[in-house]
Design a protein around this ligand. Structure first.
Ligand code: HEC
Length: 312
């Protein structure tokens, strides 16, 4: 996903005294740390050329959150916030970085030695040019890292057909039916108040057929799914509209997924319907909320306990 080019400068290493590794990083062996020779700490008559070694962004954070963490280290140069022509005479050599993102007309300077961390970049290819500068902003070495911010982060990826085959919900023993996420749409709804969510109501083939034929009661085998997402304002969309008006699905609330399963014999005591609720991880709700389903849905007995009308 990421590839790396860095310009090589010639010159072999001379005598090096004490070790000062400038690349700050973790226990994991990285290219930057492997390749970095410590810069000298006593004045030198002649110093080998300064070099920068840059790693590709750490794969984990890039894939899981789209965060580019770029580690690097310098050879024969101490990164310090010391600037100006007089600092050129200092030995061992001191300098800093200029960092340029995606060919921007501007750079930022960095003398920290810490990894470069870029968050919130839009999906797609990106390029970071890192220039190693002497104290008077003259480039000594440079390297470019290219990488791709994924469209969808692993943390957000959902199976396209939803979860299935998890634990059964209590009381009615309903499991998440396989493929429910691909079922056809019956309608949508928006709840305000404490719920403040957006929801989609989907039906399996038996449900859709019954709805379209206007058949009541729903036949055995009918399953109706209800997915809910918290309703959040979309800054992205509002920017285009030029005023706040757009709301989109956000995080999954505890009542993320609900099902009503028709089996007139098995669920005779509750109007022929089994009820189930799962959170976004497929974990079934406790018994307590499941005891509330039937008493409330009974209010719509005239339509076989189903509130939602088909939205043509
Ligand atoms: C306080 C009343 C109430 C309770 C309690 C309740 N529901 Fe509902 N339910 C509704 C209403 C009203 C709708 C239609 C509007 C909507 O989607 O929010 C609905 C919609 C649904 C739908 C879509 C089909 C339909 O009837 O419109 C499913 C599936 C569903 N509920 C399952 C459940 C489950 C499972 C529980 C228990 C965990 C539950 N409900 C608890 C009132 C309730």
């Amino acid at each position: 996903m990421a590839n790396l080019k860095y310009s090589s400068s010639k010159g072999t290493s001379l005598l090096l005294v004490a070790a000062l590794v400038l690349c700050a990083m973790t226990a994991v062996a990285q290219t930057a740390s492997d390749n970095c020779r410590p810069a000298s700490v006593i004045p030198l008559a002649s110093e080998p050329p300064a070099k920068i070694v840059i790693d590709p962004p750490l794969a984990g954070p890039l894939a899981s959150r789209g965060v580019a963490i770029i580690q690097y280290c310098t050879q024969n140069l101490h990164l310090v916030p010391v600037f100006g022509p007089n600092a050129l005479a200092v030995s061992p050599r001191v300098g800093h970085l200029h960092v340029r993102l995606d060919d921007a007309p501007w750079v930022w300077a960095d003398a920290s030695g810490n990894p470069i961390i870029l968050m919130g970049l839009p999906p797609g290819p990106h390029k970071v040019l890192i220039e190693l500068e002497n104290a008077n902003h003259h480039t000594l070495d440079k390297g470019t890292v290219t990488f791709v911010i994924p469209d969808k982060f692993e943390a957000e990826k959902a199976p396209t057909s939803g979860r299935a085959d998890g634990e059964a919900a209590p009381i009615f023993g309903v499991k998440i039916p396989p493929g429910y996420r691909d079922w056809r749409l019956i309608s949508v709804a928006h709840e305000e108040g404490n719920l403040n969510d957006l929801r989609a109501i989907l039906g399996n083939d038996v449900a859709i057929k019954a709805y379209r034929e206007g058949k009541l009661p729903f036949p055995d085998g009918t399953i109706i799914a209800r997915i809910a997402w918290s309703s959040v304002a979309s800054e992205e969309n509002n920017k285009v509209f030029g005023r706040p008006q757009s709301f989109v699905p956000g995080l999954a609330p505890d009542w993320y997924l609900q099902f009503m399963v028709k089996d007139s014999r098995k669920y005779a005591a509750t109007g022929g319907w089994g009820f189930a609720q799962f959170n976004k991880d497929g974990k079934p709700a406790d018994e307590a909320p499941l005891k509330t389903c039937f008493p409330c849905h009974e209010a719509i007995k005239v339509r076989d306990l189903v509130f939602t009308r088909y939205a043509p």
